[in-house]
Structures are given as structure tokens and as C-alpha cells.
Design a protein around this ligand. Sequence first.
Ligand SMILES: [Zn+2]
Length: 273
Amino acid sequence: MMGPSHALSGSAAWLAGSWALDQFANVSQSPLEVAVGTAICAGGALLPDLDLSGKVTKNQGGATVARTFGVASLFVAEVVEKFSLGVYTATKLSRDPRRNNGHRTFTHTIPFCLLIGWGTTTLASKYGEWAVVGIVFFMAGLALRGLFDKWAERAGWVIVTLASALIAWFTAANLDGNRGYPLLGMAVGVGCFVHILGDMITKNGVPILWPIPIKRRMWMMIGIPNKMAVKVGGKVEVVILRTVFTAISLLSIAGLFIPSLLEKLNLDVWASK
Ligand SMILES: [Zn+2]
């Protein structure tokens, strides 16, 4: 799937999960927590494609995520891709094919999701608000690029950067550490996992079982059969999937906030009687 679809799937998953927790497990979140989790999860759902590098010297190519902060993130993508290729080559078994590009390897595995989630929470709890500013700045930048791709293009990188900075500052100033910091890591990790699931319905699949060896392969690519696979950037993705993700997001927001809003209005009516 393309960047915007991944980002939308991340926000849909987080909002639907928040609604389900609220409804069935009595876990309620403040509007700020829901908003921050959704933005981070949308950004996290772009993160695995940071292994899709372009041409740094020519400032070309790369995934949405690799282009978020211009040449700087394109360079990071180059490093991530080479690192992933290194992990692939170091852990490949005799029947895994030789590769010369790291795309859809290490960053598309469950250990990566766990690692990045744990790392995010650890950073936030250890270094507090400054780490939160950094994390949210980066992830909100990704989310804005992914969710509002047309706007981001028109607005340009200065506006997107300023908007991300504002969101980061506001979040760090208002997010409660005890609940908020684990929430950050969880949102990044869930976002990455949702990205991997999204790639599973496209051609080629992902090595989701790594590092479990199967038939002398460590990097078995797993996904739905190529015949049924969703074409990247095709009608099914751009029209159907995006509409479904948007509908899930909006319904979840309604389910999360309309009941308490009605309650409030009711109380106000009662109070004024
Ligand atoms: Zn991917």
C-alpha cells in the first residue's frame, strides 16, 4: 500500500481499538490521549517503509516516510535499508535468496515492532518531556504527511515542520507521564504492526514469522496469494480501502465521544431546570 493508505489504516486501527477498550474493558482515555495515540499510530504505520531508500545525492525516490524531512530522512532511509540488509544477510539460511536491497526485511518483522515500541517508551520515561517533544515531532510529521498528503504538499515542508513542532510542544506540556509514555510506545508499535498487516495483502508479502526458521528459510515472505493481492496504488486501495479506513475512524470517534457529549448536554439541561 502507499503511504496515505498505511497512515489511514494506522489511525483507523488505533481509534477502533480505543473504542473497543472503552466499550468492553472500561478503559477510558482523555480526548488528548486519543488524539496523540491516533497521530502516533498513523505515523508508526509509515515507519517500516523507512527501509525504502532513494537516491540521497539526487534527492529522489524513497517512500513517503523517507521524504518527510527531505534529504535528511532520505539519508536515514539509506542507513535503515543497509542495516536491514545486514540483518537479513547475517541471519539468512541456506534457502533464503541472496539480496542486495533491504526493503521489506527487518523493519517488517514483529521483533522490530516490539523493539521500536519498547524503545519509544524507554526514551520517554528516561528523558521525559524533551524526549517526548522529539518523538512526537517526528511521528506527527510522518502522520501529517501521510494523512493529509495533498495539504502537506501544498503547504510545503516549513508549514508541516512548524505544525509538527506545535503538536509536539502541546503534547509534551499536557501528556501525563504515567499513562502517556507507555501509550506513546504502544502507539508506535501497533502502527508498525498495522503496516506489516497492510503489506501482507499486497504482492510479495512480508517476513512476518522472522526469526522462526521454516524449511531452511528464516525470511519466508508471507501474504495472500499474488492473484488476490491488492495492487499498490490501484482502485481497490485508493478508493475502497481508504474509504473503509476513513469510515472506521469516523465511527470510532463518534462512538468514543458522542455518548459522553450527550451525557454532558443532558446534565446541563437538568441543571438549568
Ligand atoms: Zn512496507
